[in-house]
Design a protein around this ligand. Sequence first.
Ligand code: DC
Length: 245
Amino acid sequence: MSEILKRGPVVAIDGPAGTGKSSATKRLADALGFIHIDTGALYRSIASLMLQRGGIVEEGASKEELEAFGVRATELARSVHLEFKRVAGKNPANRIFADGKDITDFIRTSEVSMAASRVSAVSGVRAALLGLQRQMGCVGKSILEGRDIGTVIFPDADIKFFLTASVDERAKRRLSELEVAGADAPSFQEVKTQIIARDHGDSSRAIAPLKKAEDALQIDTSELTLDEVVKTMETWVRERLGLSK
Ligand code: DC
């Protein structure tokens, strides 16, 4: 795989949006003392910057428009410097910076979610972010969450999870997240339609589509509490890596 040397075990967590991946990953990383890398935030950052520059293609765009969009998104992904930094006193403390500017508060809107799905289908963008994700995962004991961590970014990850949940349950969770964040909350049906559209985009794209790695442990979180999901994962990781409690 990569020529970069891993400085500690890597845990890969993949799955569609709204399966509780982010919350579970955060909690698991804290419990184990691992670094948490939210790779979706990288795609969201590119999407948010593209939106600011007025450059996201619309549904039904022509082949030429799609190509031009791909070129611009790739240029941006290659040139922008993205990094995660912990900032005390901020919520969340783990912030994403693009060329030195904290853009964390702009990347969670529904508009950016849809744009991120578009941006993430561009092969040049994925290629530009691949090395960065590997570097980030290699700095120490780390947990990366995303769509293709166990299949493409770290096919030799020490441990892999694949989280799933029913579409209704995921829409319910996403809606309450938006409400808590104080965003203009769309209707349940709108959120559900968006989730189905993003699932379709993420799973059907030609390059690095969302799919379970053969050696990943699949967890259906529909009927589980966050505590139960984290406990299941923590027990599995500790057993497999021989970590004491
Ligand atoms: O996990 P998220 O919702 O923040 O991800 C935002 C988008 O980025 C989503 O449409 C899928 C895409 N993504 C991806 O293609 N590969 C990753 N490793 C992470 C996210």
